[in-house]
Design a protein around this ligand. Structure first.
Ligand code: BTN
Length: 262
């Protein structure tokens, strides 16, 4: 893993790449690097294990050694273009990398889960700020080898989905290439491009979904379309709302985590 940066064919993504045997959270590590002024856009960290991996909505991201990818990349958008759209751009890169390396048709469950055969194998956690300049850290966790933790019924790994092991190194190299391509295209083409490209991989649109927000009665509606800012329009009789990813979780109304096929 140490020589992995030499495998990259990217111009700026993954330069430099730091590989750690263990860390509390790659997102936290990268944020500390950024705030100490020792890194710039394209810096990436990949850890073999996380002892305090972070998921969305304050959840834990279980991160055992030797099996998965836990990686965080630093982006500094030229102006403040953060928010939900970054999750879309990163999700797109994950789906494309998985296709490139395994041939599996990964799908994207709004806002930022990657699923295969209806089960989650990857999650994305974007954190950002504006000091000392606009920055975003995109953390990506991919379950690659072995079987998923049986405690998470809706989780899977790429090996389980494919029926054979997948090289973490090959997948990570592909992911860096796809992240660079997606980020460059997004900067050139804008948010509408990202929403459209994401929609080509969706596992959400056209399905009845249950919207759950802490402290608010859950409700069910049709996941209609995605906005360029990453918001999801959900409609029910007498109600139409744009759901923003911040504190919401969305499941299929029939109880499934994601559709088996789209
Ligand atoms: C989610 O689906 O809830 C998002 C999970 C994001 C996990 C990744 S693993 C690498 C990076 N470091 C973290 O602490 N979290 C993200």
């Amino acid at each position: 893993m140490q020589a992995i940066e030499q495998e990259l064919t990217t111009h700026w993504m993954g330069h430099p790449a730091t590989v750690l045997a263990t860390v509390d959270s790659t997102n936290r590590w990268m944020k500390q690097q950024w705030l100490s002024g020792v890194c710039q856009a394209g810096a990436v960290v990949w850890a073999d294990e996380q002892t305090a991996g972070r998921g969305r909505l304050g959840r834990q991201w279980v991160s055992p050694a030797g099996r998965n990818i836990y990686t965080s990349v630093l982006w500094t958008p030229p102006r403040q273009r953060m928010g939900g759209v970054l999750s879309l751009v990163a999700g797109l890169a994950v789906a494309r990398a998985v296709w490139e390396v395994t041939g599996l048709e990964a799908r994207l469950k709004w806002p930022n889960d990657a699923v295969v055969h209806g089960k989650k194998f990857a999650g994305i956690l974007v954190e950002g700020g504006t000091e000392p300049a606009p920055w975003a850290i995109v953390g990506i966790g991919v379950n690659v080898l072995g079987d998923a933790d049986p405690a998470f019924a809706h989780a899977t790994t790429l090996e389980a989905a494919l029926g054979r092991p997948v090289s973490r190194e090959t997948l990570w190299v592909s992911l860096m290439g796809q992240l660079e391509a997606a980020f460059d295209t997004w900067l050139r083409e804008g948010d509408a491009w990202a929403a459209e490209a994401w929609a080509a991989f969706h596992a959400t649109l056209g399905f009845m979904v249950r919207v759950e927000r802490p402290g608010v009665e859950p409700w069910v509606g049709l996941a209609e379309r995605i906005d360029p800012d990453g918001g999801l329009w959900v409609t029910a009789p007498g109600r139409r709302e744009k759901v923003i990813s911040g504190e919401v979780s969305v499941r299929l109304a029939d109880g499934r985590y994601a559709p088996d096929s789209v």
